[in-house]
Design a protein. Sequence first.
Length: 403
Amino acid sequence: MKNKYLSASLGLYINYFVHGMALIIIAQNIDFLSKQWNTDNAGAAAVVSSLGIGKLVAVFFSGKLSDRFGRKPSVVLGISFYVLFLAGILISPNVAVAYMFGISAGVANSFLDTGTYPALMEAFPKKSAPANIIIKAFIQGGQFVLPYLIGFLILRDLWFGWSFIFLIAVLSVNLVFILTRTFPPMTDLAQASEGSRPQRARTFHFSLNEICLILFGFVAQTLLYILGQWIAKYGSEVVHMSEGSSRLLVSYGSLGAICCVLVTFTLGNRGVKSIYFMMLYTVMTAVVSLVIWAFPVPVVCTAGAVLLGFFSSGGLIQLGLTLLAEKSSRGKGLVTSLYTIAEGVAIFTIPLVASAISRVNIGGIFLLNGAVALFGFTLALIIFIRDKRPINEAGVQVEQVQF
C-alpha cells in the first residue's frame, strides 16, 4: 500500500485517532461535566445526541461539497469543527450551551467522513476496504488511550480539561500537516470497476441492497455508541466494579476492536468478502450482549467488553460503507452522505433512548444492543441472499425489488 499518498493518508488516520477520543470524552468526564452543567449523568449523556443533529444537518451538503470541491477542503472543515466542539464543551456553563457545541462535533464528523473515506478509496483503489478498515484501528487506538490519560489526570488531581486541550493540540498540528499534503485526484469507484463486474438493470433509483446498506449505518453506529458510552457505567453501577476498573472496560473494548481490525485486514486481503464479516460480527454481538445482561459479574463484564469490542467495534461502519460504495453507481461523497444520514439518526435517537432506559435499568441498554445487532444481521443476510442470485445470459443481474 506504499504510494505517493501515504503521508496524506497518515494525516487522515490521525484525525480518526482524535475522533475516537472525542466520541467518548464526554462519557469519560461525565462526572466532572455533570457538575459543571448542573445536571445528572443522564442529562450530561444526552448531550451526545447533539452529534446526531450535527451529522444530519451537515450530511445534506458535505457529500456534495466533497464531490465538487475536493476531499482536502472537506477534511479541513472537519478538523476545524472538531476544535470548535472540544473548546466549546470545555467552556459550556450548562447543558443547553453544551448541546449547541455538540452539534458542531456532528458537523465535523460528517465532513471528515465525506472527505476521508472517498480519499482513501481513491488513494488505494485496489485495497479500498483494508484502507478504510485501518481507520477503525486509529479510532480504537484513541479510545484505548483516553481512559489512561484521564486516569493519569485524576490520580494527580489535575484539571479534567487537560484531556480536551490535548485533543485540540493534536488536531491543530495535524491540520498544518494536512494542508501541506497532496491528495489523490477524484475518481468514480463504480465507473473504475465497471468492466470488472456485471451491470445491473435499473428501473428505479435505489436498489434493495443499497437501502439495506444505508440502514446498516444506523446499526453499526448504534453498536459503537453503546459500547463506548455505557459499558463503563454498566460496570460501575450494575456490576459494582470500582470506578478505575469500570473506566478501563472501554480500553479493553478497544483492544478487542484492534484485534478485530488486524483479523479483518488480514482475511480481507486474502479475499474474504465484507458481507461474511458483517453477518458473523452482528450475530456474535447479539449473543455477547445477551450474556453480559444475563450475568452481571466482573469477569463476564470484562470478557464481554473485549468481545463486544471485537465484534461490534472492529470495523462494521467501515465494512458497510465500503460495500455500499462498491455496489452503488453514485459518487463516493454522495453515498457516504447517505450512509452518514443513517449514522446521524442513530447518534441522535439512541442516546435519548439509552438515557431513558438507564433511569430504569442500565442493563436494559445491552438488550437494546442485542436487538439492534440482530436487525443488522438481518440486513446483511438479505444482501448475502440477493448477491447469490444467478446472472442472466447477457451478464446482467436484474433487480427484482427496486425503490
